[in-house]
Design a protein around this ligand. Structure first.
Ligand SMILES: [Mg+2]
Length: 133
């Protein structure tokens, strides 16, 4: 599936700390055959890809539509509709389907959201595959 991850408060905290488990879950999702993208209301976030050395995992970065979500994909240059989104804002999840995450908190607190995200994506992919069979 094409998985679109929001950046702020989904993968990184307000003070640009990486959420626990992000790289491990990226690695596992790619091993499972998924394609990973970042998108953000602030534009393509290549600085985050660089800072956390995500080049091996992230295929591309895009602008994320904040309203008229489906209609604006074309205008924002997003070449296809995401299969699944991971976001701390329910509007995006409501528009495309996916999972809503708790905003990433302060660093060093126990945070297992990414483990839950992985489990949700895997369950969704399995339901998808079953419904196509
Ligand atoms: Mg966000």
């Amino acid at each position: 599936m094409n998985l679109f991850f929001d950046v702020d408060d989904t993968l990184i905290t307000w003070d640009v700390k990486l959420r626990p488990g992000v790289m491990e879950v990226f690695e596992q999702l790619r091993r499972d055959g998924h394609d990973l993208y970042l998108w953000s209301g602030y534009g393509p976030r290549w600085e985050v890809v660089r800072r956390f050395e995500m080049h091996d995992h992230i295929i591309n970065c895009f602008w994320k539509p904040l309203y008229d979500h489906h209609v604006r994909l074309v205008e924002l240059g997003v070449p296809f509709v995401p299969d699944y989104v991971i976001d701390d804002h329910h509007q995006v999840v409501d528009a495309f389907g996916g999972t809503l995450v708790e905003p990433a908190g302060r660093p060093f607190v126990v945070d297992r959201e990414m483990e839950r995200v992985y489990a949700e994506i895997t369950a969704f992919a399995q339901r998808n595959a079953a419904s196509r069979a």
